[in-house]
Design a protein around this ligand. Structure first.
Ligand SMILES: Nc1nc2c(ncn2[C@@H]2O[C@H](COP(=O)(O)OP(=O)(O)OP(=O)(O)O)[C@@H](O)[C@H]2O)c(=O)[nH]1
Length: 223
């Protein structure tokens, strides 16, 4: 029997803007904000809810992000294992920390924390994918063996979040060309793309190489 997570993930394949094409009027409801002290700076944390799925998405901001000047920004997809549990299988936690540090140093910036765990397949399926990777599959093959595309994320939900803050121009910290294209298709200006290569290690070496070769990520020494 399929779990709820499988059903949700497959449903969102159909609805998903897989190539980052804007879907008119993606709606997210802004709910509330508070201070979020961190080791690097006291950010403001903001919560948005997708009325269609009930999913909560978060944003962190620092400084006056709505002033018009390009905003140092990170669009980060949820990775519970990397962001919260210190997993070395990926570079996610280190990227999140590096981007928070960079924004703190600059005194101004924004992080969109999108709840698209496992490149959109959800936590249960990501662990299933890890199980297949333990047995030799790469990160793309593992998704495909589970019946999912390599990457099911959508980025059109960034638009209502960025509109809320009055942000239309970004200096984006990413190695993912698809993310840059998706944001540009939404009418956002990516003034600069800043590489975010951190924490390459023995555990994530093969994963990062696969991202470079099969998913087209800009990663030095990626092959
Ligand atoms: N399915 C699957 N998802 C993974 C795996 N490793 C990490 N992830 C997920 O991949 C996503 C990574 O998100 P981002 O940090 O935005 O990464 P990205 O697309 O590599 O782009 P940049 O980090 O901006 O270069 C998160 O949703 C993680 O949960 C894996 O082996 N399989």
């Amino acid at each position: 029997m399929q779990s709820q997570t499988d059903a949700d993930a497959r449903r969102s394949t159909n609805a998903a803007d897989v190539d980052g094409k804007p879907v008119a009027g993606y709606q997210l409801d802004y709910v509330t904000s508070s201070k979020l002290p961190t080791p690097w700076a006291t950010f403001a944390i903001h919560v948005f809810v997708d009325p269609g799925t009930g999913k909560e998405h978060l944003a962190l901001t620092l400084g006056d992000v709505g002033s018009g000047a390009p905003v140092l920004a990170r669009v980060h997809s949820e990775c519970l294992t990397g962001d919260a549990l210190f997993s070395q299988r990926c570079d996610c936690g280190a990227q999140l920390e590096a981007s928070m540090r960079a924004i703190a140093e600059e005194g101004r910036g924004a992080i969109l924390y999108l709840r698209q765990e496992g490149r959109g397949i959800g936590l249960v399926n990501k662990i299933r994918a890890y199980n297949l990777q333990d047995a030799g599959a790469d990160t793309v093959e593992a998704n495909e063996r589970l019946g999912f595309p390599a990457d099911m994320r959508r980025y059109d939900l960034c638009k209502p979040m960025l509109d809320h803050f009055g942000i239309f121009s970004l200096r984006l910290m990413t190695n993912n060309p698809r993310k840059v294209r998706a944001l540009e298709r939404l009418g956002l200006r990516v003034e600069e793309r800043l590489p975010l290569q951190v924490n390459r290690n023995a555990h994530n070496e093969a994963y990062l190489s696969t991202k470079a070769v099969k998913l087209g990520h800009w990663l030095k020494g990626g092959q």
